[in-house]
Design a protein around this ligand. Structure first.
Ligand code: ZN
Length: 287
């Protein structure tokens, strides 16, 4: 099942992509939020089989994040060996966890505003995991995979000065700026996507940056959800992002993002994002 949300911020319509067409999900789902995962996919399948969902034309309309109001955005750091090396760190013995504010989640192609004084905004293509059932004190990575509702493409944008230089060792300052978690365009359920070997890429102004595979993760999806469940309860609708591969600006190999730059990220089977970086106007420019 491939789920999307279409429309202006605050007025998104839940949609399912099926047989090359898009269907309006509002007859069976208010939105694709935490509550949806309690029986929602079965209602969608039944409605598709019955032919009861109206078609919807999404051409020219804003593509929103395919999930609404996640209760948490839980992030894994340093989960690809080559990225650990380019960050000047050591491979972790246990997953490195930090949090982003849920209100950072935006549409895949929305402009992203960076602070007026930002000089170190960086891109991070990541496989996102949407939680479909409560995950707490799980027994195994295999059990953890039964809690996965689906997968999404995420750009974990990061302001490195805030994250690393004025952070006191806590990363959230550099991760929680407005719009810093472009998500989507589509959520794909696990029955339609093998997440273990997917190509991930990023480009800036059309030039290649990251190009790796999810098979290079240090801790796999099941291991991550299992490990997290020992420390926090993951709820339906939560988003877990699983770390980024090498090829970010932090490596020193590429310039950081500037006003007017275009970032593209993509994951095999999960589509592509294209967002423009826009520097926030200074206070002097506000009327
Ligand atoms: Zn990240």
């Amino acid at each position: 099942m491939r789920l999307m949300r279409i429309g202006a911020p605050g007025n998104e319509i839940p949609v399912v992509e099926h047989g090359g067409a898009h269907h309006d999900l509002r007859p069976v789902a208010a939105d694709i939020d935490g509550a949806f995962w309690d029986g929602g996919p079965d209602r969608v399948r039944a409605a598709l089989a019955a032919g009861s969902l109206p078609l919807i034309d999404i051409a020219g309309r804003r593509v929103a994040a395919p999930i609404a109001r996640p209760g948490a955005v839980i992030c894994i750091g340093l989960n690809y060996v080559a990225h650990v090396a380019e960050s000047g760190a050591q491979p972790p013995e246990h997953p490195v966890v930090f949090l982003k504010r849920p209100n950072t989640v935006g549409g895949p192609d929305d402009d992203v505003e960076i602070p007026e004084e930002s000089v170190k905004t960086d891109w991070e293509v990541e496989l996102g995991v949407v939680i479909g059932a409560t995950a707490a004190y799980l027994d195994s990575p295999q059990e953890a995979l039964t809690r996965v509702a689906g997968f999404v493409l995420v750009d974990d944008l990061s302001e490195r000065t805030y994250q690393l230089e004025i952070s006191g060792g806590q990363w959230s300052k550099g991760k929680s700026l407005r719009g810093f978690t472009p998500t989507g365009p589509v959520l794909v359920t696990p029955d339609e996507l093998d997440h273990r070997d997917l190509r991930l890429r990023s480009l800036v102004n059309g030039q290649a940056r990251q190009d790796s595979s999810t098979r290079d993760m240090i801790f796999g999806v099941g291991e991550l959800i299992h490990d997290l469940s020992q420390y926090m309860e993951q709820e339906p609708g939560d988003l877990v992002i699983t770390g980024t591969p090498e090829g970010v600006a932090l490596s020193g190999r590429f310039p950081y993002l500037a006003d007017g730059d275009t970032v593209e990220v993509e994951i095999q089977g999960l589509g592509r994002q294209r967002h423009r970086i826009v520097r926030r106007a200074g206070r002097g420019a506000e009327v």
